[in-house]
Design a protein around this ligand. Structure first.
Ligand SMILES: C[S@@+](CC[C@H](N)C(=O)[O-])C[C@H]1O[C@@H](n2cnc3c(N)ncnc32)[C@H](O)[C@@H]1O
Length: 244
């Protein structure tokens, strides 16, 4: 997993510039996060710190990023050395993390979709819950497991498609192909049902789980028009989840 991200790092960075990243992904994410002023925040699977730095810029008092890829942590740390923001980066596997602190918010964009079994998902959720203060929130952006495979190709105009080689069942690999410039690259996520996610969240102690609809930023509507976003919002390839 880590080695794979080391090789596609540059292309992945480019894909962060896709309009849906800013106008749907980030807009929905920050909308859910709300005011970060003075908050403590743990960013799991932080990669090279793309969102991690933004959390600090938006006023979070303490930000810690955890990432399994050595190369990504190195990039994050170099950036921190160039422009210090007082962010702490930790090289580590969320599966083995345990309790490293007590945070108002634990966030993770595109982490849960790497769990291949319900046991792994449970372990990751235990480590998320362990790091939250009482009353804290977990917010995540994730592959949307329940997107009907019939619409997997409808997102090509946004820069990516998904494919499966076998019918969806627990653990089925979902192959993302991302078109960055003239090149494309692929990586796998894994299907675990909404019911399995609900089970894992509630088993570790979350009292409320909210599956949030995606929202398009007003700037995104203005720049691209409402019709442009329709396929994305309808097929819902990604989802936002809030656990209390
Ligand atoms: C698709 S990237 C998302 C990165 C970042 N959250 C973002 O949205 O820009 C997924 C990241 O999860 C990391 N990752 C996957 N499994 C992990 C684990 N068990 N523990 C920590 N990081 C993990 C990968 O190395 C990769 O950097």
């Amino acid at each position: 997993m880590a080695a794979h991200y080391d090789t596609i790092a540059q292309q992945y960075k480019k894909s962060k510039e896709f309009p849906f990243r800013l106008h749907i992904e980030a807009y929905t994410y920050f909308n859910l996060l709300g005011d970060l002023t003075g908050k403590s925040l743990l960013d799991l699977a932080c990669k090279e710190g793309f969102y991690t730095r933004q959390f600090k810029q938006k006023g979070a008092a303490r930000v810690v990023g955890v990432e399994i890829s050595e190369k990504m942590i190195e990039l994050a740390t170099q950036q921190e050395a160039r422009e210090p923001q007082d962010i702490e980066y930790i090289l580590g596997d969320v599966l083995e993390l345990g309790k490293i602190g007590s945070f108002d918010l634990v966030v993770a964009s595109y982490l849960l979709n790497y769990c291949q079994t319900k046991e792994q998902l449970l372990k990751v959720c235990q480590n998320i819950f362990a790091n939250l203060k009482p009353g804290g929130r977990f917010i995540t952006i994730n592959n949307h497991s329940e997107q009907p495979p019939a619409s997997y190709l409808s997102t090509e105009k946004y820069g990516f498609i998904k494919n499966i080689d076998e019918p969806l069942q627990e653990g089925t690999p979902i192959k993302y192909t991302v078109y960055a410039d003239e090149e494309k690259f692929s990586f796998d996520n894994y299907y675990l049902s909404t019911a399995t996610h609900e089970w894992a969240f509630r088993s570790v102690g979350f009292k409320e789980v909210r599956w949030q609809k995606l929202i398009v930023s007003p700037e995104g509507v203005e720049e691209f028009g409402e019709d442009f976003w329709q396929d994305f919002v309808e097929s819902m390839p990604i989802v936002a989840i809030e656990c209390l």
